[in-house]
Design a protein around this ligand. Structure first.
Ligand code: NOJ
Length: 552
C-alpha cells in the first residue's frame, strides 16, 4: 500500500469492513481453532485486487490478545500480546504486511472497559488498598456488608464481588471475570493510551472500541431506577452505570490519540439500542470517527422498517458524522440470513438485504460468512461454548449459533480445519460454501462480490448524499445517491411479487433523464430505461440505475 493510499482520510468512508471472529475463520495449524496464519491464507479470497475476490477494504478482528477466554477474548490478560492459540506477534506483523500489500486495512478490537481478572493489573490491585494498581479498578466498601447499589451485570446479574484481602467489592457489569477499570485514574488512562499507540505504531488502521458507553460510572454510585421490561437486563434504566456525561471528554482524548496517526479511525460500539445515544458519540465531529447503530439488527423484514432506521440515523448524523450499517455480528444469537428466512425466498431476501447494506450512505460492516449466506446452526445444549449461554443465562442458548466455522468447502470440516473444530460446522456446508459459490454466477457470494466492486467504482455510492424517494411502503425502497458528477437510483423490492414503483412526488424528477442499468437482478447491465411512466419491479428485484443525460 503506498503511503498516500494508506493515509488517505477517506478510506474508511468509502471502504467495506469485514468482521472476522478469529476462532472461526480459518485454522492454519490444525488444532480446530482459527488463527492468524489461517487468516493470511485467505487474504486473496477477501481481496486480491480483482473482481474474482470479495473486494473488502478492511478486516475488523474480534480480540486476539491473550485471554483466559471466559468471554472468548473480551477478557484480556495482556494488552500487548497475541493469544498463542492465534499465533505470535510475528504472525500478526506478517498479517499486517500481507494485508497492506493487498490494500486491506487491519482494525483491532479494543476492550478497555474491563480487563480479565487474570490481568496482572487486577492481580496487583487485589493485593492491598495501597498497591499502586488498586485504584486502576472500580471498588466500593459496600453498605452494611452488601453491594453499594443495585447495578446489574449483563451476564452474571450480580455486579459487585467481594475481595477479602482489600475488604472491598469490585465492579463488573459483564461477568465476574471482567473487572471494570477506573477511567478517572490518570495512570490507568495513560497506560491504555500507550497501549493504543503500541498497535498504531505497528501499523494497525483503526479500533473498534468495545462498549464505549459503559466506561464511566456515576462518581456517587447511585442506584438505577427500576422499570418494567420483559428483558431482564432492561429492568433498570441505566442512567448511573452507562452513558455518563464525562465519557464525552474521554472520547475527545481517544480521538486525539488516534488522530495523531493519519488515516486511522476509532469506531465505538455504543452498546445500546438507541440511535440517539449512538449518535452522541460523534460529538461535534470531535469525538469518535464512527459509532455502530444496532437498530438494523432488531428490525423485522419490511422496507419501511429499514427505512425508518436509515432516515433516523441519517437525520441524526447530518453532515457532522459518517454513518455505519451492519446486519449481523458476533453478539446476536442469530445471523440475518436466518433472521429473515422465508422458505425458498430466503436467498432472495439475503440479496436484497446485501444490496441495501452496500448502497447506503455509510460504511458497511459485514460479518464473516454472510457473503455466502451462512445461517444459524443449532448447538446442542451440552456442547454450548459461549459462557453467556452455558453459565449465566442457561435459559438462552448463547451466541454460538452465529459463530460457527466459516464454510470454505464441502469437505468434512468445511475446509476450516483438518480436525474437529471448536464449534460444529453447519451441516449445510456441503451446499453453502465459498468454493462452490465462487464458481456459480448466481450465488450469494457472486452477488456480494459484484455489489462490492460496483460500489468501489461508483463514486455516488461511496460518498454521495442519500435521499429517500418513497416512505411508508413495506414492499419497496427507492433512494437516490448523488454527488456533483453522478446520480444513482437504488430500487429494492422486499416482497416476492411485482410492485409498481411509483416514486410518488419524485416522478417528475426521476423521469427527466434516462437511466442506465448499473446492476440488476432482472435486467441486463448497460440497458437504458425511461422512468416517465413509473416502473414495475419484479419480485425481490434489485435494480441500480445511473442517470444519463438526454433521452433513451
Ligand atoms: C461487547 C462485545 O461485543 C461482546 O462480545 C462482549 O461479550 C461484551 N462487550 C463484553 O466485552
Amino acid at each position: 500500500m503506498s503511503g498516500r493510499e494508506r493515509d488517505s482520510e477517506k478510506w474508511w468512508k468509502t471502504g467495506v469492513v469485514y468482521q472476522i471472529y478469529p476462532m472461526s475463520f480459518m485454522d492454519g495449524n490444525g488444532d480446530g481453532v482459527g488463527d492468524l496464519k489461517g487468516i493470511v491464507s485467505k487474504l486473496d479470497y477477501l481481496n486480491d485486487g480483482t473482481g474474482t475476490s470479495l473486494g473488502i477494504d478492511a478486516i475488523w478482528l474480534s480480540p486476539i490478545y491473550p485471554s483466559p477466554n471466559k468471554d472468548f477474548g473480551y477478557d484480556i490478560s495482556d494488552y500487548r500480546g497475541i493469544d498463542p492459540r492465534y499465533g505470535s506477534l510475528e504472525d500478526f506483523k506478517t498479517l499486517l504486511r500481507e494485508a497492506h500489500d493487498r490494500n486491506i486495512r487491519i482494525v483491532m478490537d479494543l476492550v478497555i472497559n474491563h480487563t480479565s481478572n487474570e490481568h496482572p493489573w487486577f492481580i496487583e490491585a487485589c493485593k492491598g488498598r495501597e498497591n499502586p494498581y488498586h485504584d486502576w479498578y472500580m471498588w466500593h466498601e459496600g453498605k452494611k456488608g452488601k453491594a453499594p447499589n443495585n447495578w446489574f451485570a449483563a451476564f452474571d446479574r450480580k455486579a459487585w464481588w467481594w475481595v477479602e484481602d482489600v475488604r472491598k467489592f469490585y465492579l463488573s457489569t459483564w461477568c465476574r471475570y471482567q473487572p471494570e477499570v477506573n477511567w478517572r485514574n490518570p495512570e490507568l488512562k495513560q497506560a491504555m493510551f500507550d497501549m493504543m499507540r503500541f498497535w498504531l505504531d505497528l501499523g494497525v488502521d483503526g479500533y473498534r472500541i468495545d462498549v464505549i458507553n459503559w466506561f464511566i460510572k456515576d462518581d456517587r454510585f447511585r442506584s438505577n431506577p427500576y422499570r418494567l421490561s420483559l428483558n431482564p437486563p432492561d429492568y433498570q434504566r441505566h442512567i448511573y452505570d452507562r452513558n455518563r456525561p464525562e465519557i464525552h471528554d474521554l472520547c475527545r482524548e481517544i480521538r486525539g490519540v488516534v488522530d495523531a496517526y493519519p488515516g486511522r479511525f476509532a469506531l465505538g460500539e455504543v452498546f445500546t439500542d438507541s440511535a440517539e445515544e449512538a449518535a452522541s458519540y460523534y460529538g461535534d465531529g470531535d469525538e469518535l470517527h464512527m459509532a455502530f447503530n444496532f437498530e438494523f439488527l432488531f428490525q423485522k423484514w419490511g422496507a419501511s422498517n429499514f427505512l425508518g432506521v436509515i432516515d433516523k440515523w441519517d437525520g441524526l448524523l447530518g453532515d457532522k458524522g459518517w454513518p455505519t450499517y451492519t446486519l449481523s455480528n458476533h453478539d446476536l444469537p442469530g445471523r440475518h440470513y436466518s433472521r429473515y428466512a422465508k422458505g425458498d425466498e430466503t436467498d432472495k431476501r439475503a440479496r436484497v438485504a446485501a444490496a441495501m447494506l452496500l448502497t447506503l450512505r455509510g460504511t458497511p460492516f459485514l460479518y464473516y460468512g454472510e457473503e455466502i449466506g451462512m445461517s444459524n446452526r443449532k448447538i446442542p445444549r451440552k456442547t454450548i461454548q459461549d459462557p453467556m449461554g452455558k453459565k449465566f443465562w442457561p435459559i438462552l442458548k448463547g451466541r454460538d449459533p452465529g459463530r460457527t466455522p466459516m464454510q470454505w468447502n464441502a469437505s468434512s470440516h468445511a475446509g476450516f480445519s483438518t480436525t474437529e473444530p471448536w464449534l460444529p460446522v453447519h451441516p449445510n456446508h456441503t451446499v453453502v460454501n465459498a468454493e462452490k459459490e465462487a464458481g456459480d454466477p448466481g450465488s450469494i457470494l457472486s452477488f456480494y462480490r459484484e455489489m462490492i466492486w460496483l460500489r468501489k467504482k461508483t463514486p455516488a455510492l461511496c460518498q454521495g448524499s442519500y435521499r429517500p424517494l418513497v416512505s411508508g411502503r413495506t414492499d419497496y425502497l427507492a433512494y437516490l445517491r448523488s454527488n456533483p458528477e453522478q446520480t444513482v437510483l437504488v430500487l429494492l423490492n422486499f416482497v416476492g411479487k411485482p410492485v409498481p414503483a411509483l416514486l410518488s412526488g419524485h416522478q417528475t424528477e426521476v423521469s427527466r433523464g434516462n437511466w442506465e442499468v448499473l446492476f440488476g437482478t432482472d435486467r441486463a447491465k448497460g440497458n437504458r430505461m425511461e422512468l416517465s411512466s413509473g416502473l414495475s419491479l419484479r419480485g425481490y428485484e434489485v435494480l441500480i440505475l445511473e442517470e444519463k443525460g438526454g433521452s433513451a
